[in-house]
Design a protein around this ligand. Structure first.
Ligand SMILES: [Zn+2]
Length: 357
């Protein structure tokens, strides 16, 4: 992350940008002054996931910098590279953009990673002032624009390079815990077991079935931790993650209730304990499509993935442009983007920025 910040810092210096700095939450900022009255923020995130590709997040910051470098300076342009968007380390997404827009509260600062290091400790260890991260760093602006790879197969299936995002699906993230009894795999008869993993597996299949029966709903159990995690011991606990998304909040919330009920029923039937801890309950966010109305011919689509734009949209009109993801692949080293699609995104951004004054 330090290398990445240094790279953008050097780029911003080279093209003569102003107010180049890293804020208290580790977000990168650089501003190009404009001749007109309006101020536009263009950003995306600089962090990524384990075993990642090269484009998720950072492409949006690179495109912002390219626009700062190549467009006529009509509007003031602030480029932001957000930190900690993915939620990998602290199990909470959008930490950088939340700090930027709202400031971090005590709950955020106390979130701990798997080694018990809190957000506050991590900010301090990075050489930043955690208490300053409580104050929103965002200055008044007229609009926010974010470029991002689609991370799905839709644009490729339509043969289109870019699209306007009309809304970001809401999402629920929860930790689900089944607790039974760990016991000897050889001496414990099947009918006397309280196998936490089998309960968890049954519940994961209910989550899959629930999502498959509702158009647009996606449910994922992406992490399973079994303990004691040994070949010859009946699992005593199974801790799962749930990620549930839909563009309509009522559909998502009803599905989550249904899954909680299913968990309780499965646990009762198998005589194990069930516990659910809600981690994220993020409403669906409609984005501003008026801003990009000059590009009325562009396809419009809903984003299944969360983006920093959904945090910024709570304060200022925010728009997003998706770039086609070859093979629909993302969060994987094969993640890619086509040079001509980057050109199309730049052209759309350039046309927008040069009229925004
Ligand atoms: Zn991203």
């Amino acid at each position: 992350m330090r290398d990445c910040l240094a790279y953008f810092n050097a780029w911003a210096q080279r093209i003569g940008m102003q107010d180049i700095h890293i804020d208290a939450a580790g977000n990168f900022h650089a501003t190009r002054t404009g001749t007109g009255a309006k101020r536009l923020i263009v950003g995306s995130h600089l962090d990524t996931v384990p075993n990642a590709g090269a484009f998720d997040g950072v492409l949006g910051v690179v495109l912002g910098m390219m626009l700062a470098e190549t467009t006529a300076p009509a509007c003031a342009l602030e480029i932001v590279g957000f930190s900690e968007e993915e939620g990998v380390r602290f199990q909470r997404p959008f930490i950088g953009s939340t700090a930027f827009v709202h400031g971090l509260n005590e709950e955020f600062l106390s979130l701990a990673d798997s080694e018990g290091i809190t957000v506050r400790d991590a900010i301090t260890a990075f050489g930043l002032d955690a208490s300053a991260a409580c104050e929103p760093q965002m200055q008044a602006a007229d609009a926010y624009l974010e470029f991002h790879i689609e991370q799905g197969p839709v644009l490729e299936s339509l043969g289109l390079p870019i699209a306007i995002v009309d809304a970001i699906a809401g999402q629920t993230r929860a930790t689900i815990e089944f607790t039974g009894h760990a016991n000897h795999a050889g001496t414990t008869p099947m009918n006397l077991r309280h196998d936490a993993f089998c309960a968890a597996a049954e519940w994961a299949l209910v989550a899959e079935k629930t999502a498959r029966s509702e158009p647009g709903l996606v449910a994922t159990v992406g992490s399973v931790r079994v303990s004691p995690d040994a070949v010859n011991i009946v699992p005593g606990t199974a801790i799962l993650s749930l990620d549930l998304r839909h563009a309509q909040d009522d559909i998502r919330l009803n599905a989550f209730e249904k899954l909680l009920n299913a968990g309780r029923q499965i646990a009762a039937h198998r005589q194990v304990a069930f516990k659910a801890t809600l981690r994220v309950n993020q409403k669906a966010v409609p984005l501003n499509t008026e801003l990009l109305s000059a590009h009325a011919n562009l396809h419009r689509m809903t984003s299944g993935a969360g983006h920093d734009a959904m945090i910024v949209a709570s304060r200022i009109p925010s728009a997003m442009i998706f770039l086609r993801s070859p093979g629909g692949i993302s969060h994987h080293p094969d993640e890619n983007v086509l040079p001509e699609d980057v050109e199309a995104a730049l052209a759309a951004g350039r046309a927008f920025i040069e009229k925004f004054k």
